[in-house]
Write a protein that binds this ligand. Structure first.
Ligand SMILES: Cc1ncc(COP(=O)(O)O)c(C=O)c1O
Length: 296
């Protein structure tokens, strides 16, 4: 792949802010668009694609996944057919969609009901959809959020980096589908004493939580899943959260996305008692339109 990537990513100490041995693993620095968990999740998928493949993938108007997938596919000369949730939208509806179109991806807008049905059928399009979307015989399916067994490759490398920098006693990260967390759990050794805390950006994702917990139980790894019951659900915010994000950014000069990482910071900063030992917060990046250079 011909992307310029900043790997391995560094860990920055936040001890003076947090009052405990907290480190931020700067996966947001990997690439301006294919940043954070997007690279970790996509690398295993993109590297196994045959030349000039057609990839079918899915997402919402502000999807970090779609923006990252568009950059990866464009860089490697693949085609992308992107199914977008919301038939009222168009390529100008968001910077993410605009970026996908500019990268040469074919955007198809469908109703929220049809999108939900696709999710329920594990993203397998019906024969009618395959014809309407003009899919070739041998297209490659990539689930929403880029989650899947291929996540293991990038997460394996991530776990190795974490171990090499000194294995954390606690690892905090944001969760959406939980795919990144499950990739990490698969990479971690059985009985690993690192306790994982997941801050879900989605309210009530019980299926994802149960799936992730089952994997942790299987590997005898301690896991805590925090549901998004504090701010009202996905992409919801309030003045308290915004203040915490602005204060963090002002103190550190490190930007947070409001949907995922700002909420992790809020929970970390609200801990009644600091956790013992080395705590690592994985910065999972996020699509920041103002950071996109003219040419990638
Ligand atoms: C910036 C960011 N952090 C975290 C996540 C959650 O990742 P996962 O779906 O693997 O749990 C996402 C997913 O879309 C994301 O864009």
């Amino acid at each position: 792949m011909h992307l310029t990537l900043n790997l391995p990513t560094p860990e920055t100490s936040l001890k003076s802010m947090a009052g405990c041995d907290l480190w931020l693993k700067r996966d947001d620095l990997i690439h301006p668009i294919v940043s954070g968990n997007k690279w970790r999740k996509l690398v295993g998928f993109v590297e196994q694609l045959p030349p000039s493949a057609t990839v079918l993938t899915f997402g919402g108007a502000h999807s970090n996944h779609l923006a990252a997938a568009a950059t990866c596919l464009q860089t490697q000369g693949h085609q992308g057919i992107f199914i977008i949730r919301g038939d009222e939208l168009n390529p100008k509806s968001s910077p993410a969609l605009h970026h996908c179109q500019a990268a040469g991806m074919h955007l198809i807008f469908i109703s929220r009901t049809s999108f939900r049905q696709l999710r329920e059928q594990h993203w397998q399009p019906s024969t009618r959809q395959q014809q309407a979307w003009q899919l070739p015989q041998d297209y490659q399916l990539l689930a929403e959020g880029g989650s899947g067994p291929h996540n293991s490759q990038g997460c394996q490398a991530l776990w190795q980096e974490l171990e090499q920098a000194g294995r954390p006693d606690h690892l905090w990260l944001a969760a959406g589908t939980g795919g990144t967390a499950r990739g990490l759990l698969r990479a971690m050794p059985h009985d690993c004493p690192t306790h994982i805390t997941l801050v879900s950006a989605v309210k009530g994702s019980h299926r994802e939580a149960a799936q992730t917990q089952a994997l942790a139980d299987d590997k005898q790894i301690k896991l805590t899943w925090i549901d998004e019951t504090y701010f009202g659900g996905f992409a919801k915010t309030n003045a308290q959260l915004q203040q915490a994000q602005l204060a963090f950014e002002a103190a550190t000069g490190i930007l947070l996305d409001p949907v995922y990482n700002a909420k992790v910071w809020w929970h970390l900063s609200q801990q009644p008692r600091p956790q013992q030992g080395k705590i690592v917060w994985l910065h999972t990046g996020g699509f920041r339109p103002q950071l996109i250079p003219e040419k990638i």
